[in-house]
Design a binder for this molecule. Structure first.
Ligand SMILES: O=C(CO)[C@@H](O)[C@H](O)COP(=O)(O)O
Length: 234
């Protein structure tokens, strides 16, 4: 029995979930052409499911998803994995609580990334979802561990599920892939709202104790009780 066959059912579910979640990127207008990707950790294994590189979102199916190890090596599938696979794998290797990673080039988040300016916490939704500002990560070139390292170093000591990699764009994390997609949607929305606020004047910061209180409520009470757990919008 191979390592993959032992988790075949799990991988089948993740292939379907990851393929479906790419449709959320287009539905929420977070990507153009093929510029963005979603992945999911295979629980208990050093494996991840991610989209193939450069394939149109319309063509993505569960079968076209690929499985790689945490060195980005293809384990299952016929196509080359996303060019951001090394970054996703680095996050899974170093942040064990993370089950999903998303990268997009959404417009407003990229505008903040181009400025290299963190997004200040001036909206309750930011406090809810990100627990504070959305930080900027270092400039890093694609092709080795440097993007992953920048994501992990920035998010390791932050409550934020989003980082804007300088001159590049947003990477988001979650306990699963759906949560990481939600963070990507909310990241773009608050980047747009705060940008608009700044056209009108100086947005008012939220005091730290209020941010803490909003974050605690949203993470622990919001949503439906039950197996999905608090903070899950099932
Ligand atoms: O940021 C980049 C390239 O700069 C990537 O996110 C690509 O734009 C999408 O890559 P694939 O997932 O299709 O390889």
């Amino acid at each position: 029995m191979t390592v993959v066959s032992e988790v075949r059912d799990t991988i089948a579910l993740l292939r379907a979930q990851v393929a479906d979640l790419h449709a959320e990127l287009t539905r929420n207008q977070l990507v153009i052409w093929t510029a963005g990707n979603v992945s999911a950790r295979v629980p208990g294994r050093e494996l991840l499911v991610i989209k193939p590189s450069g394939v149109s979102y319309d063509e993505l199916t569960p079968e076209s998803m690929v499985v790689t190890d945490f060195d980005g090596r293809l384990v299952e599938g016929t196509r080359s994995p996303s060019s951001d696979t090394d970054a996703h794998a680095y996050v899974y290797r170093h942040l064990p609580e993370v089950g999903g990673v998303v990268h997009t080039h959404s417009t407003y988040a990229c505008a903040w990334a181009a400025l290299g300016r963190p997004v200040p916490c001036v909206l309750t939704m930011m406090a809810d979802e990100f627990g504070g500002e959305i930080p900027i990560g270092p400039f890093a070139l694609i092709g080795d561990d440097s993007i992953g390292r920048g994501i992990v170093e920035t998010l390791r000591h932050s409550r934020s599920r989003a980082v804007l990699m300088a001159n590049h764009g947003p990477f988001t994390i979650g306990r699963d892939a759906r949560e990481a997609v939600k963070a990507a949607v909310m990241c773009e929305d608050v980047c747009r709202s705060v940008y608009m606020a700044m056209q009108l004047g100086d947005p008012a910061p939220i005091p730290q104790d209020k941010i803490d209180s909003l974050f605690a409520r949203y993470q622990n009470v919001y949503g439906q009780p039950g197996p999905a757990g608090p903070g899950k919008d099932v």
